[in-house]
Design a protein around this ligand. Sequence first.
Ligand code: NAD
Ligand code: SER
Length: 320
Amino acid sequence: MQKKILLTGCLGQIGTELTMHMRKTYGNDNVIASDLVAKDVPEVMESGPFELLDVTDGQHLAELAQKHKVNTIIHLAAILSGVGELKPQLAYNVNMNGLHNVLEVAREHDLQVFTPSSIAVFGADTPKDNTPQDTLQRPSTMYGVTKVSGELLCDYYHTRYGVDTRGVRFPGLISYAALPGGGTTDYAVHIFYDAIKHGRYESFIAAGTYMDMMYMPDALKAVTMILEADPAKLKHRNAFNIASMSFEPEELAAEIKKHIPEFELAYNIDPVRQEIAESWPNKMDDSCARAEWNWQPDYGLSEMVTDMLKQLQAKGIVRE
Ligand code: NAD
Ligand code: SER
């Protein structure tokens, strides 16, 4: 069946690229982009339909799904970990009520749903290395609490109502098109801008802190793969660990130095985000995604760094 997709939160770090990826895959008019407010992203807002939508407004969400006769919702609207700790009530409202509204519309109109989970679903008691697909999940952040609840809600709507829910646990995503929206892994994006502009970066995450990361092209590929995966082969559906690289700030800096030899990394630790980072895995085991839908990434650390620097320079980011 031809996919007709409504994306929420499409003007953020992922949506800016995922909307264009989906329009290229399924056709511009078959991908309806939406966000809470308009932003200066003309490529996304003008290459196909665009609607203003607050996902906490379930009535409006239902109206838009019907107006555009969509059969799939890609739900990206959320408050991420760093902002979520500053505004936990907002994070709860957007992340929980937004997802619940999406699932209700999907239940009523028989829609497929993709929504991303995160490495934030794990907590300090979770095994840190080769973190299993099915393991202890006791996160300490509001973001993590809403993401674990989201995984369970998506499972519930599938088993109870037959809604075709699917999802992955994204690592920290690294990209050049849009800046990240207030997460703990954002340092691994900001470092590239400062390396090019100033030859120096002050990391808010401490040396030695490993986290899973992924380059955006692999994340886009994962969304298409899981949406198109044979449902008969999916045992986990909503919360697949997917991984491609894990590093700590010094290792990323060393890779950047290969291209910018004068680059210097310094530290100005943010205690809130450092504590969050320490509660997340060092490296996830993604063997279930590999076995159930043939997941395989294309980019490792050195390929990602080479391409990020090239793309940012092509975008006009230069030494100041
Ligand atoms: P982002 O912060 O860059 O973008 C989120 C978008 O949601 C923004 O454009 C914002 O305007 C919009 N939004 C906020 N409140 C809204 C509301 N009430 N109604 C409608 N839109 C609203 O986030 P992102 O990085 O693009 O993340 C998208 C999804 O992917 C989230 O669910 C996030 O948890 C998940 N994720 C992201 C990463 C990452 O590294 N970027 C990693 C793991 C999971
Ligand atoms: N990149 C996200 C964050 O740091 C992980 O979900 O919040």
